[in-house]
Ligand binder design. Structure first.
Ligand SMILES: Cc1cc2nc3c(=O)[nH]c(=O)nc-3n(C[C@H](O)[C@H](O)[C@H](O)COP(=O)(O)OP(=O)(O)OC[C@H]3O[C@@H](n4cnc5c(N)ncnc54)[C@H](O)[C@@H]3O)c2cc1C
Length: 267
C-alpha cells in the first residue's frame, strides 16, 4: 500500500515546529528518520493531514555537556552514536547498543527521539535509557519538561509525552571510570527487534546499581537497587516483570539478565 495524501511542512526552527504541531492538533504528526512512521503510513495505520519534518532541525542535533550529564539531541542518529561521532558518557555502552539496532541503512536515518517517542517495548533506546536513569527532555507551547526515562513509557507505543510536545533530547549521566556495565540482547537474527534484553550498570561513584528486564511487551522493568542481585533475585525480578516461572519467556529474559550481569561483573 501507499501512504495517504498529506500536507508537508519543513520548519526551520524548533519554535516553528512546536507552533505547527500545536496548530495542527490531532491531524498533525512529526516525522524524524521515518523508519517507524514510514511503514505505519504505508499501511495506513495512521492518516495524518500534516507531516512536520524535524529531521534536520539544528536544535535537535545539539550535543552539550551538562556537567554531570551529556545532553544528546533527539535528532542524533543511531549511526552517529555507533560511530562515536557524538560523545558517549557511558564509556561505550551507548555505542555498543547502537550497533545492534536494525541494519546500517535504518541506523543512518533512525533517531534517538523518534525511537523513544514511538516507544516500541522492544526498542533498544527505550530500554537502555530506563536502565541508565536518563532524563528525556520535551518542549511544548508551555515550556520544557524533564521526564524520567524509567517512567516515560506507559505501555506499548504509549508515553508520557503530550500531543503538542517534541522530544528535544536525552540527558544521560556520565558514568565514572569505576563504572561497569553489561547488556545482552536476544534476537532471532541480527537486525531484528529484541526478544529479550538484559542490562546491568554499577557505578560505585554515582551510588548506582541498576538492572533491566527489557523487551517485555510493556514498559521496561528496572531494579533500581541491584547491588546484591544474585540468581534467585534475578529470577524474582523476571517474575515481577510479568513472566510465569518455567515459561520460555521467563527463561530467555532470565538468561539475558544473567549474561548482562556477568558481563558487568567480569565473571
Ligand atoms: C527493519 C527495521 C528494523 C528495526 N530494528 C530495530 C531494533 O532492533 N531496535 C530498535 O530499537 N529499533 C529498531 N527499529 C526502529 C528504528 O530504530 C527507528 O529508527 C525508530 O524506532 C524510530 O526513529 P525515527 O527517527 O525513524 O522516527 P520516525 O519513524 O520518524 O517517528 C516515529 C514516531 O516518533 C514521533 N517522533 C519522531 N521524532 C520525535 C520527537 N523528537 N519528538 C516527539 N515525537 C517524535 C513520530 O511522530 C512518530 O510517531 C527498526 C526499524 C526497521 C525499519
Amino acid at each position: 500500500m501507499k501512504a495517504p495524501r498529506f500536507a508537508y511542512e519543513k520548519p526551520q526552527s524548533l519554535d516553528a515546529a512546536i507552533r505547527l504541531l500545536a496548530d495542527g492538533g490531532d491531524g498533525a504528526k512529526l516525522i524524524a528518520g521515518g523508519q517507524s512512521l514510514g511503514p505505519i503510513l504505508n499501511f495506513r495505520l495512521a492518516q495524518p493531514e500534516l507531516l512536520i519534518d524535524i529531521r534536520t532541525l539544528p536544535e535537535l542535533r545539539t550535543v552539550r555537556d551538562e556537567g554531570d550529564a551529556v545532553f544528546l539531541g533527539a535528532g542524533t542518529t543511531h549511526a552517529a552514536i555507533e560511530d562515536g561521532r557524538v560523545c558517549d558518557p557511558t564509556r561505550g555502552l551507548l555505542s555498543a547498543v547502537a550497533r545492534t539496532i536494525a541494519y546500517r541503512a535504518v541506523r543512518n536515518r533512525g533517531t534517538l527521539g523518534g525511537s523513544l517517542a514511538h516507544a516500541d517495548p522492544a526498542a533498544d533506546w527505550v530500554n537502555l535509557m530506563a536502565l541508565l536513569d536518563a532524563e528525556i527532555v520535551a518542549r511544548g507551547p508551555s515550556g520544557e519538561r524533564r521526564l524520567h526515562a524509567a517512567a516515560f513509557v506507559r505501555g506499548p507505543l504509549t508515553t508520557d509525552l503530550a500531543a503538542d510536545e517534541i522530544i528535544t533530547g536525552v540527558s544521560v549521566r556520565k558514568l565514572s571510570g569505576r563504572a561497569r556495565w553489561g547488556q545482552y540482547k536476544f534476537n532471532r537474527k541480527p537486525g531484528e527487534f529484541a526478544e529479550a534484553i538484559g542490562g546491568f550498570v554499577h557505578d560505585p561513584e554515582l551510588g548506582m546499581a541498576r538492572a533491566l528486564v527489557g523487551a517485555i511487551g510493556d514498559a521496561p522493568y528496572v531494579v533500581a537497587d541491584a547491588m546484591r542481585l544474585d540468581e534467585p533475585a534475578m529470577h524474582d525480578a523476571v517474575s515481577r516483570a510479568g513472566f510465569a516461572d518455567g515459561t520460555y519467556e521467563h527463561q530467555i529474559h532470565f538468561a539475558a539478565l544473567k549474561r548482562a550481569t556477568a558481563q558487568a561483573r567480569g565473571a
